[in-house]
Design a binder for this molecule. Structure first.
Ligand code: ZN
Length: 321
């Protein structure tokens, strides 16, 4: 059975600040909001399964089950996803690759729906928290990759006015309407395939100063500026290929074609203007950069936004009482 008093839970929100080393074992408890299918790695020997758990901090984190945990829990985990079930994971490791995640190891023990106070308290909270339930629903229906969905869903919600005053370093998101698109600012450039940043031409050499690589493989990319609006103000943001493709429902090849001829640039402008007034969720790049760089763009789930606003309002009311 689970060791009732032998675990010390950490909030999923605090994991980002944990040490990514092998001596730091964590105990976490969350609602299973998503479970991927088990798969075999390239080496044919390792089996893995991705699970996403959510706790009261409303942060969702990826937990990767390895080998024996896949054999043991594969079906149970799969069936518990999205079905109001809890997962207690004792002794998991924190890893970071682009984003932080958890992984099972030698000392891990897993318990699905443990029969204890922590689990029932968490479930009681989840059943009553409309936003958390909406978040689970969004996660399973958004159609984004797990990384992108997690990054969007965990990004700190803010407004244009307060984002401009904030220190960067974390992912922030805001809901904004496109109000202006500067087609003439669209620039085509060679990007490093590894990091997506601009390649510098130093004398005869091509260098990615970000990856510190000479002659990295390159891919043609586009960037451009758009202006977004919310109830607190406007902001000029910089978008890159993927986000521009998303907003235009287009491909890079088509964009390039539209951009090349003078006549087609008019087409590009017309095409973009049909998206003006559309609202999107913009997720911002955590680095402190001179321009407001958009990491992800996705559609707004208004039901989730409303649930969030109601949650914020009731939290404020409780504080005022
Ligand atoms: Zn690079």
């Amino acid at each position: 059975m689970y060791p009732e008093t032998l675990y010390k839970l950490v909030s999923l929100q605090s994991i980002e600040a944990c040490n990514y080393n092998d001596t730091n074992l964590l105990d976490i408890l969350g609602i299973v909001v998503h479970a991927g299918k088990a798969f075999v790695c390239n080496d044919d020997a390792t089996r893995m399964q991705e699970v996403v758990v959510l706790d009261r901090s409303c942060v969702a984190v990826r937990l990767i089950l390895m080998n024996q945990f896949v054999s043991e829990y594969e079906n149970e985990v799969q069936q518990s996803a999205g079905q109001y079930n809890t997962l207690l994971a004792c002794g998991v490791y924190v890893r970071k690759m682009n984003a932080y995640f958890l992984i099972t190891g030698r000392y891990t023990r897993l318990f699905i729906n443990p029969n204890n106070v922590d689990a029932s308290t968490l479930l009681d909270w989840f059943v009553c928290d409309n936003f958390a339930k909406r978040k689970m629903k969004w996660f399973n229906n958004c159609g984004l990759s797990i990384n992108r969905a997690l990054s969007t869903s965990n990004a700190i919600r803010t407004t244009i006015a307060s984002y401009k005053r904030k220190r960067k370093g974390k992912h922030y998101r805001m809901v904004g309407r496109l109000i202006d698109i500067d087609v003439d600012s669209f620039t085509w450039y060679d990007a490093c395939t590894f990091c997506g940043l601009d390649i510098q031409h130093v004398s005869e050499h091509m260098i990615c100063s970000n990856c510190n690589k000479e002659k990295p493989p390159t891919t043609i990319s586009v960037s451009g500026y758009m202006t977004i609006l919310d109830s607190t103000g406007t902001m000029c943001v910089k978008l890159f290929t993927k986000q521009i493709e998303f907003i235009l429902h287009s491909t890079k090849a088509k964009l390039k074609h539209m951009f090349d001829a003078v006549h087609d640039r008019v087409l590009l402008r017309a095409e973009l203007l049909t998206r003006v007034r559309n609202a999107y969720i913009f997720v911002f790049h955590p680095l402190h950069l001179p321009a407001y760089i958009v990491d992800y763009v996705t559609y707004v789930d208004w039901a989730e936004e409303c649930a969030y606003l109601f949650k914020m309002r009731s939290t404020l009311n409780v504080r005022q009482q």
